[in-house]
Design a protein around this ligand. Sequence first.
Ligand code: MF3
Ligand code: CO
Length: 266
Amino acid sequence: MMYCKTEEQIDKMRVSARLVSHTLSLIAAELRPGITTRAIDQQIATIIRDHGATPSFLNYHGYPFHSCISVNDVVVHGFPSDRALQEKEVVSIDIGVIRDGWHGDHAYTFVLGDPGPQIMQLIRITKESLYKGIEKCIVGNRVGDVSNAIQELTEKKHGYGVVRELVGHGLGTSLHEDPQVPNYGKRGTGPKLKEGLVLAIEPMINLGKKEVFTDSDGWTVRTKDGSVSAHFEHDVCVRKNMAEILSDYAPIEAAERKNPNLFTAD
Ligand code: MF3
Ligand code: CO
């Protein structure tokens, strides 16, 4: 079942999405080699609760942390741990909140020092593919148009591995609603996009091959070939002429540029 939201509901979802953006921006200011991902997870929980919201990932199908912190070859669902981050590591941070009954869920990939041109290009192109997908989030298009736009840039043009097992999704009073939004697919196929549909679009793109596996912890998804993976996610409302991005990378990118420990793609 796909739920189209009213303007009042979209207003609430924008607040939830921006709380995730704000949280990611505060974390972006703190990132440095030596910090443990457990410390980051604790800070995330505190920020969310201080804003009167609840971390939505905790206990979701038994997930045991407040955020997913996925380093290097970890694609998504990485467990925060006592291991300290190191220079040149690629760190995707995915955060979900529930505020006033509505979900926000988005992610950003950071790099701690220059990991070299190949990895920087992967990160730049993965982010660009997210916006290519978002451009297609207008009334009358189909989910396959969004999926295809992401796949064209990442797989067809750059030869990256597009993860098949994990997909974007509808978002609302549940973390995962219909429709599923794969990062691969055919133009003109799949469900039709309607005004007020809110989608979490999240390309998960590997520098190497597309195959992934899940660790013995039951959650951590890694690339089979050990290559680095990037992940960006936005919460997007389908509109008539131009998609509306409810989340906001501007504060995150500003914090990223200001933090001398972080390397930026531009
Ligand atoms: N952004 C991810 C998703 O939409 C986060 C889910 S992590 C979980 O699936 F722990 F909550 F499962
Ligand atoms: Co998501």
